[in-house]
Write a protein that binds this ligand. Structure first.
Ligand SMILES: Cc1cc2nc3c(=O)[nH]c(=O)nc-3n(C[C@H](O)[C@H](O)[C@H](O)COP(=O)(O)OP(=O)(O)OC[C@H]3O[C@@H](n4cnc5c(N)ncnc54)[C@H](O)[C@@H]3O)c2cc1C
Length: 43
């Protein structure tokens, strides 16, 4: 099983963190958890 990353918050910071993590290791499995029903428009 590959590495998994969980990002809390799907705002601009969360989206940037997900993109950077994927750039560094494309095999990562990334999950983003957002408390609202929609992700931020800034993301
Ligand atoms: C009224 C307003 C207008 C703006 N207009 C612009 C603009 O025109 N252009 C621009 O570049 N910037 C604008 N900004 C700034 C921009 O919104 C922020 O700089 C940017 O959203 C910050 O991103 P962030 O990921 O750090 O935080 P946030 O966008 O706040 O994202 C954090 C996310 O984490 C979630 N979260 C928090 N705690 C939890 C938890 N425990 N579990 C799950 N999810 C959680 C929140 O729901 C949120 O979605 C504006 C800001 C405001 C308030």
């Amino acid at each position: 099983m590959g590495k998994r990353v969980v990002i809390v918050g799907a705002g601009a910071g969360g989206a940037s963190a997900a993109a950077e993590a994927k750039r560094r290791d494309p095999s990562l499995e990334i999950a983003m958890i957002e408390q609202r029903s929609q992700v931020s428009v800034a993301a």
